[in-house]
Ligand binder design. Structure first.
Ligand SMILES: [Zn+2]
Length: 329
């Protein structure tokens, strides 16, 4: 019995590790996590929205943490207090109902704890703020937020966990990641391999073609619920919401009349009209609609005609959509 329990436990731990690796892999792909030193450039939206002194502080403070892009800090500052512009209790003085204060909305005990823990690792807020440091001082608050996100997982590539620690809600994490994306300028260089990437890591199961008397219009990729789904190529979101059979879907229109569809999703992270970049997080794998197991239904339509995604990827010189684990249609 003990052996069975141990095996089952190992399977659970392994699965969690796989999911965590998949999530951090995608987040790293989007935000250049890990040991990447190249921070992203501000988008026009970021320059229009973020006050100059805040932008400079977000960029400087982020350099203290190898896995943290400044856009994440800026997104937290946007959502917490609109970069200090929020006119409410606890932004410039006092506390709100939850005892949070300052532009990055720290609880006083958390602020002290973060600075104490960082000091033990030799990390200190550089000169330029209050003496002693204050959560109401913009300089101090942004550096403390950077330290906090770093020690909460950003330093080891767990951006999701780091943001979740800041505010324990999945909607909050998604909102921060979404805002960070909007603050990040589009990549200067054209994406490699025809501008296409594999939308989800998993195992190719049902392929394009006849299936039990019906015609299957896409490629199924089996993956655990919550596995990130990214835009296969850059484009504009034309549908995001419930759809008959697909449960919850996202559809993206690309150049040359090509439309990609992502079905059975657990959550969608984009809205209609949104411009998305290749590789950008758009949804998470689920098991909604006419689905008999957690998977992504990935469909490509060219001029209202569904085509075989595997062949399409081959023709575009894109990465292989399905590896050796493909089980065939
Ligand atoms: Zn399918």
């Amino acid at each position: 019995m003990a052996k069975i329990a141990a095996t089952a436990m190992f399977a659970v731990v392994a699965l969690i590790a796989i999911i965590a690796a998949a999530v951090s892999g995608v987040v790293a792909a989007i935000f250049g996590g890990g040991n990447s030193t190249a921070s992203s450039q501000p988008s026009p939206a970021a320059l229009a929205d973020i006050p100059g002194n805040y932008l400079a502080l977000y960029q400087q403070a982020a350099t203290t943490c190898s896995g943290l892009d400044w856009t994440i800090l800026a997104a937290v500052g946007k959502i917490e207090t609109n970069h200090g512009r929020l006119n409410a209790d606890g932004v410039h003085s006092g506390e709100n109902f939850a005892h949070a204060g300052g532009p990055m909305q720290f609880l006083q005990p958390t602020f002290r704890w973060v600075l104490d823990q960082s000091a033990k690792q030799g990390k200190h807020i550089p000169p330029g703020g209050s003496t002693p440091p204050s959560r109401y001082n913009v300089h101090d608050a942004i550096y403390a937020a950077s330290f906090y996100l770093c020690m909460s997982g950003a330093d080891r590539g767990d951006l999701y966990g780091a943001i979740f620690t800041y505010n324990h809600a999945d909607w909050y994490v998604r909102k921060v990641l979404d805002q960070a994306n909007a603050y990040k300028a589009a990549q200067q260089s054209a994406p490699q391999q025809g501008g296409w990437t594999v939308p989800a890591r998993g195992t190719c199961t049902s392929g394009f073609g006849s299936r039990g008397g019906e015609f299957h219009r896409g490629q199924d990729i089996a993956a655990p619920i919550g596995t990130p789904i990214v835009a296969a190529s850059s484009g504009t979101v034309i549908d995001s919401g419930p759809a008959t059979g697909y449960g919850l879907w996202v559809r993206i229109e690309h150049a040359n009349g090509v439309i990609t569809t992502y079905g059975h999703n657990e959550h969608n992270q984009v809205h209609v009209g949104q411009k998305v970049q290749v590789g950008q997080l758009i949804a998470e794998v689920g098991n909604r609609g006419e689905s008999t197991g957690s998977h992504l239904h990935f469909q490509i339509d060219v001029g209202n005609q569904s085509v075989d995604p595997v062949a399409f990827y081959h023709d575009q010189s894109a990465p292989r959509l399905c590896g050796q684990s493909q089980l065939g249609p």
